[in-house]
Every structure is written in structure tokens, then in C-alpha cells.
Design a protein around this ligand. Structure first.
Ligand code: ADP
Length: 249
């Protein structure tokens, strides 16, 4: 069952720089719609208050704000980790509030998710950490081989395919986690503070990889509290403040 529109083909990593087939949609159709969303956690914390946000297909969006302002909660709503208390969340015409059971994991497989703390499996090599996603989704060995190399190349880790996470720097580990998130070429990439543990150089590398994926047609949404990094890029920025969207530019 396909919940989202089809994934971006992996050939884009190596062959095309302009994904013509996606051009028609870029900048017109909202891929993500968050409408009148309030999120109150069971302990009574009001994390988001009547938030509206639309993200266009093919957009690169930063969500900024101080710690505790509601950035992660906003992102968690988009990969159905949390449900809104009020309002609705739609990704690619899929109403996430209505998803139940297997449809939730199926939906998550179609979204690339990157976390601040990488979440790699320490006993598995770089290649295995990346492949595991495709194995779980029933890809053939041939298809896994076809996807692995261009993906590791894109994140600059082809030469480290057989290394274990403990032998990699923080920046490299985050690049493995990006490879894992994108190896199935999802249309939507969500990154929650992906540079949170990294120095400036490594953070910039991560941004450049995400920008490259965006140039292939992927919609990218990143939360960050790093204002300097955001200023170096020319993308739309949404600021969350005390659970409200304060500024959209
Ligand atoms: P940010 O990502 O901007 O740091 P979060 O979305 O993580 O902000 O948190 C927003 C608010 O919701 C904070 O007050 C935080 O403590 C609270 N919060 C986050 N997750 C939970 C949870 N699972 N249960 C209760 N409160 C939570």
C-alpha cells in the first residue's frame, strides 16, 4: 500500500541535477498542511497552540525557536509520533490523525527521519545500518545493492561502508543516519536538530547534503536553534515561540 505519492528515484542521486518530473509540482501544491493544531501533552503541558503551517512540495524549510518552544512537537506531528489534541495534520493528502495500526508504520517508512542523536545500531557497520531500512521493507538484494552505493557516495561515506559507528566522528555518524533516512528516496525528509551535536564545519556539511537532496526534488523540513546557520542559507524560516508560530519569512 502506498500512502504517499511515489518516492523519488534513486537515479536522481547520480544522474540528474534537475528532476524534471517533479518540477510541475514544486512551489505550487502544499505537501504538508498543519491546520489549527493545538497539542497538549497528558501532563498538561501546552506545547502548541492553534498553529497553522503549509509547506510546499519541494520546499526547504527551517523551523527555529528556543529550546522548549515546540519545534520537536511540530515535527513529531508530521511523522505521526504524536497526535494533535485539536486540529489536523495532512501530508501528501494523507490525514495523519486518521491513520491506525499498520498504516502508521507504513507511512513512517515513506518519510526520511533524521534525529539529533543519530540512533545508529552500534553492532552494525555503516552499510548494514543503511541497508536495514530496505531489508525491513522487503527490497530485493539486487535493489539494495543498487541503492547503497549512490547513497553512501552522496553523504561522502563510500570508503567507510564497512566501519562500525564507534570508529566514526559525530559528523560521519550523522551522515550515516542521513543515508539511512534517504536510501529509500523519500519525498519528505524531516530532521530534528540534526546539527545539535555537531561543530560548525560538520553542521554545514549536513546542510549541504540536505540542500542537495532538496535540489533533487525532496521536501526538507529541519528544526534548529542555530540562528547563524539559518542565516547562511536562503530558505524560508518559521519561528516557533511558546507554542505559537511567531514569524514566517
Ligand atoms: P523544542 O523542540 O522546541 O525544544 P518541544 O516540542 O520538545 O520543544 O517541547 C515543547 C514543550 O512540550 C516543552 O515544554 C516540553 O517540556 C514539552 N514536552 C515535550 N514532549 C513532552 C512529553 N512527551 N510530555 C510532556 N511534555 C512534553
Amino acid at each position: 500500500m502506498q500512502l504517499l505519492k511515489s518516492n523519488i528515484d534513486t537515479n536522481l542521486f547520480t544522474s540528474l541535477t534537475t528532476p524534471e518530473i517533479y518540477q510541475a509540482d514544486v512551489n505550487t501544491t502544499p505537501m504538508v498542511k498543519i491546520c489549527s493544531v493545538t497539542k497538549i501533552y497528558p501532563n498538561g503541558t501546552r506545547a502548541l497552540l492553534d498553529v497553522d503551517l503549509k509547506v510546499r512540495r519541494g520546499e526547504f524549510l527551517f523551523i527555529t525557536g528556543a529550546s522548549g518552544s515546540g519545534k520537536s512537537t511540530l515535527l513529531k506531528l508530521l511523522y505521526r509520533e504524536e497526535l494533535p489534541t485539536k486540529g489536523y495534520v495532512v501530508v501528501d493528502d494523507c490525514d495523519l490523525v486518521k491513520l491506525r495500526g499498520d498504516a502508521i508504520s507504513l507511512f513512517r517508512r515513506q518519510v526520511g527521519i533524521v534525529f539529533q542523536d543519530y540512533k545508529l545500531i552500534p553492532q552494525r557497520t555503516v552499510a548494514e545500518n543503511v541497508n536495514i531500512v530496505l531489508q525491513a521493507q522487503g527490497y530485493t538484494r539486487k535493489e539494495i545493492r543498487r541503492r547503497l552505493e549512490p547513497t553512501l557516495k552522496l553523504v561522502g561515506l563510500l570508503s567507510k561502508a564497512n566501519k562500525f559507528p564507534k570508529h566514526l566522528s559525530g559528523g560521519e555518524q550523522q551522515r550515516v543516519s542521513i543515508a539511512r533516512a534517504i536510501v529509500s528516496t523519500p519525498q519528505l525528509i524531516l530532521a530534528d536538530e540534526p546539527m545539535g551535536n555537531l561543530d560548525l564545519d560538520n553542521s554545514w556539511q549536513i546542510i549541504q547534503i540536505l540542500q542537495k537532496l532538496n535540489s533533487f526534488g525532496a521536501t526538507v523540513i529541519i528544526t534548529t536553534h542555530d540562528e547563524n546557520l539559518v542565516r547562511r542559507c536562503n530558505h524560508r524560516v518559521v519561528e516557533v515561540n511558546n507554542g505559537k508560530i511567531r514569524l514566517q519569512q
